[in-house]
Ligand binder design. Structure first.
Ligand code: SAM
Ligand code: SF4
Length: 460
């Protein structure tokens, strides 16, 4: 019997993370504003009817040395105001192509950067604009990513008043020595008070983000952090593996290396040991590193094979719609493909002021790629691939689906032999252990994957 550690080490090969299909490195720079408008107009008639909105706020007041996100240090308040003006202009330019009468918003997500670090008046302006332009469903999921360094009672009450009902809190580690080590601001409030206030204000979902693999962390110290999290009982938890992105944050990476990073073995032990603690305390594992309480929508969706994933994370098929992204670096995920805005703040502002839209790159999916996307999404999220069901979506036979993805039983022999995958007639079913390496199984289903070179990071 092979254990979890052996499985992960055996399949630890470079590959895409499949947060999208095809992965973002396939996006084309020829894709422009006009291609995006065509995709928006098509999205009114094909694909999911409901609308998801993503708002990107790229500002932070201090940069954490581990950060791989698209973020800018506050330069001055005028820049923030200018950015918000552009966001509103962009929302108007995109919305005029959306059939807002026939379609409802079921999900709004604010990410960054640190959306809760900007002045409340900016958040209010954008929210009021969205409420005027769109029909927002009563029980829509309205979420915001927050750094606890800025959260106080006034902010919690303000966010509730604005309609937010889910809050994702970036804890990273409860150990303040580790936070100091990576140049991260400490929480303004003690964490037990913070979560109590959030609950009392009526937020229905609380998520905690953690990172393992930071300087100073050990298996024991990370376990302590996770035990404290379990005590505080958030609805969802995520343990991100610290990702080295030296091309984006060279100086920060150097700072961390100087202090000394945990070895890959220690990192793997942190992942496995925190996973055991979280699962033993009753959370349901979603994908590799997400966890949710059994009564959480994500756990129910996993059970009913209704789990979905977009760039903002896991969600249910009922909640998520086609995603319209606003702000620098944001990605729209529509039926016809993807469109990403200018990544740098200044370019984004310049183009919105001059051209109304600021598409930097994107991708138009062919019919065959749409089929592949459905195949990869299903295996990555729900761990099941039913060829007949995929065929039904696209009005083609199961055999045709297999032909499109260049399916070949031989590619899955190793997974079957290791009890990671079961193949029955026209279905692939990933086992519980198989979900630890589901990315590798997805790679075997991806006809476009170029396995040469290592432009991708390893599975773990
Ligand atoms: C945009 S940040 C969240 C909001 C807020 N800025 C904060 O830091 O609390 C999204 C999450 O990405 C994760 N993250 C950032 N850089 C990372 C890296 N290099 N490797 C792994 N996870 C990372 C962190 O867990 C962070 O909470
Ligand atoms: S982790 Fe969050 S707060 Fe820290 S720099 Fe990145 S986006 Fe900003």
């Amino acid at each position: 019997m092979v254990n979890k550690k052996q499985i992960i080490l055996k399949y630890n090969r470079p590959g895409p993370r499949y947060t999208s299909y095809p992965p973002a490195n396939f996006f084309k720079s020829e894709f422009n504003n006009n291609n995006f408008i065509t995709q928006i107009e098509e999205s009114n008639n094909v694909g999911q009817k409901n609308i998801s909105i993503y708002i990107h706020i790229p500002f932070c007041s201090q940069r954490c040395h581990f950060c791989g996100c698209n973020t800018t240090l506050f330069e001055n308040e005028t820049l923030v105001s200018k950015y918000v003006d552009c966001l509103i202009k962009e929302i108007h330019s995109v919305t005029k192509h959306i059939n807002t009468q026939a379609r409802e918003v079921t999900q709004i997500h604010w990410g960054g950067g640190t959306p809760n670090s900007i002045q409340h008046k900016h958040i209010e302006r954008v929210m009021n604009e969205l409420k005027t332009l769109f029909k927002i469903k009563n029980n829509a999921e309205i979420a915001i990513e927050c750094n606890p360094a800025y959260i106080d009672n006034d902010q919690i009450l303000f966010l509730r008043k604005m309609g937010f009902n889910r809050i994702s809190i970036g804890i990273q580690d409860f150990n303040t020595k580790i936070l100091d080590c990576v140049n991260r601001l400490r929480s303004k409030l003690p964490h037990n008070e913070l979560i109590k206030m959030v609950r009392e204000a009526g937020f229905t979902g609380v998520n905690y983000d953690f990172i393992y693999g930071l300087p100073g962390q050990t298996v024991e110290s990370f376990n302590e952090t996770i035990k404290q999290a379990i005590e505080l009982s958030p609805d969802r938890l995520v343990t991100f593996s610290y990702a080295h992105v030296p091309w984006a944050t060279m100086s920060q990476q150097k700072n961390l290396e100087k202090i000394g990073l945990p070895s890959p073995e220690e990192k793997l032990s942190m992942f496995l040991s925190s996973m055991d603690l979280i699962v033993q305390s009753g959370y349901i594992q979603i994908g590799l590193d997400h966890y949710a309480k059994p009564n959480d929508d994500l756990s129910k969706a996993l059970l009913n094979k209704r789990l979905h994933r977009n760039f903002q994370g896991y969600c249910t098929k009922e909640t998520t719609g086609q995603v319209y992204g606003f702000g620098s670096s944001s990605i729209s995920q529509l039926w016809g493909g993807f469109s990403q805005n200018e990544k740098t703040l200044i370019k984004y502002i310049e183009r919105i002021e001059n051209e109304e839209l600021a598409v930097e790159r994107g991708y138009s999916l062919s019919f065959n790629e749409q089929v592949c996307k459905e195949v990869i999404d299903e295996i990555m999220c729900n761990g099941v691939l039913n060829f007949d069901e995929v065929g039904n979506i696209f009005l083609i036979s199961a055999l045709k689906v297999k032909e499109i993805i260049c399916y070949n039983n031989e590619k899955f022999k190793e997974f079957v032999d290791d009890n990671l995958l079961e193949i029955t007639n026209n279905k692939l079913i990933v086992s519980k252990s198989g979900m630890l390496v589901v990315r590798n199984i997805a790679m075997a289903l991806d006809p476009q994957l170029n396995t040469e070179g290592d432009k991708y990071s390893k599975t773990i």
